[in-house]
Design a protein around this ligand. Structure first.
Ligand code: FE2
Length: 392
């Protein structure tokens, strides 16, 4: 199969459309030390299908890439094959973590140019890759710290609807056949549907800067505001503002540390992330929290511990829910309510050895918020963990 890659000529804007209309989260790219092994971890622990691969065997001489899918979630796990590859250099600084939250757009080059006009800094210029199946164009802009947003536009067999039906993801990708864990996951689904939100940790004093950036560059709107009175314990605190892409695509809360007596979780993250902002957690949505969390616990996923006392008071705060409350307590799921409904949520421990990236598993029953009432409970249990690691 022949593949061509080339820089794109500029100026392919279609005047009738907003070039920054974001159609979907195209993929979330992780830079990892060993994509082959990480693929098994996310497949075994979280039920992802290891669907496609792009590596030496498919003609990629630079990197190995595994496409993991579940519902409308697409993870790309990327490892560089030489010390000069950016993925290897970043893994040396940050450990495994998220590099790119990529958006599908109509025209990657037009989106990129508009973002630059809106004040974004380039991460990389548009690159077009074509083979007989179609064309994929990618470009990228820098956001907070080490994170970028790629713009991906797709034609023919690489169109979004086709890749959702398991067509090749991009040129040089091929399907992975006959993997036992994939068959096990089809029989034992964990029920994750899409990325509900994606949280960035930024430096002290920089939250408003990045809030403004998401407004100016990508046209996001401020969704909710929690100040440090909302999210604090005796020792540590954070401030958070939630940016909303609109069209129910994704929300991006931005956290910065707030003054506390001891080290906040945001500072701990930055300490172990080369003093560089990055993505703290991805919240993955399920329609059945109990089934999903039960399945993940059976698979060995480690969740944050919640003090038993949490359940002595939670029902007064939250009221009636349709789930079995005994099971909610047994599975150590957190519950919160706002004026629109309630939500169930739970947080994993860090997904790698450094105390950096983790996942949240969230189920919304009308609630559109983020579990504000649970922040105190969450903080207290996070601090217990920090204390065990000697980082408080
Ligand atoms: Fe969250």
């Amino acid at each position: 199969m022949s593949t061509t890659s080339s820089p794109m000529p500029s100026g392919s804007t279609s005047p009738s459309k907003d070039p920054l209309r974001l159609i979907d989260v195209d993929f979330v790219r992780f830079y990892v030390g060993n994509a082959k092994q990480a693929a098994y971890f996310y497949a075994q622990a979280f039920g992802f299908e290891v669907e496609q691969i792009c590596d030496l065997t498919t003609g990629d001489r630079e990197s190995a890439n595994y496409l993991l899918t579940q519902g409308n979630i697409r993870f790309l796990l990327t490892t560089g094959l030489s010390q000069n590859h950016p993925a290897q250099q970043e893994v040396a600084m940050y450990g495994d973590g998220i590099k790119d939250v990529a958006f599908t757009v109509d025209d990657s080059a037009a989106a990129y140019e508009q973002a630059l006009r809106n004040g974004a800094e380039s991460a990389y210029e548009p690159v077009e890759t074509t083979d007989e199946r179609g064309t994929v164009v990618m470009s990228g802009i820098k956001t907070f710290g080490r994170v970028i947003h790629s713009f991906v536009s797709r034609t023919d067999q690489y169109g979004l609807e086709h890749i959702k039906n398991r067509n090749a993801f991009m040129p040089k990708f091929r399907p992975i056949e006959d993997l036992a864990i994939n068959e096990y996951n089809r029989q034992n689904p964990t029920g994750l549907f899409y990325v509900d939100h994606c949280v960035g940790n930024v430096e002290l004093g920089k939250m408003n800067h990045w809030v403004q950036w998401y407004e100016d560059v990508l046209g996001f709107k401020l969704f909710k505001h929690f100040d440090d009175k909302d999210i604090s314990t005796e020792y540590s605190a954070l401030m958070s503002k939630v940016m909303d892409s609109g069209r129910e695509l994704i929300k991006i809360p931005i956290n910065e540390p707030a003054a506390g007596k001891r080290k906040s979780q945001i500072e701990e993250y930055l300490d172990w992330h080369h003093d560089t902002p990055g993505i703290q957690h991805l919240a993955l949505l399920t329609k059945n929290e109990l089934d999903t969390v039960g399945q993940l616990r059976r698979r060995g996923v480690d969740f944050l511990e919640i003090p038993d006392t949490y359940y002595d008071i939670v029902w007064d705060r939250v009221g009636e829910i349709r789930e079995n409350v005994g099971e909610v307590k047994d599975l150590k799921i957190l519950v919160d309510r706002d004026d629109k409904g309630y939500l169930l949520q739970i947080f994993t421990k860090p997904l790698q050895d450094r105390p950096t990236l983790f996942f949240e598993i969230i189920c919304r029953r009308g609630s559109e918020s983020f579990g504000k009432g649970n922040f105190k409970a969450l903080f207290e249990s996070l601090e217990l963990e920090q204390e065990r690691r000697g980082n408080l």
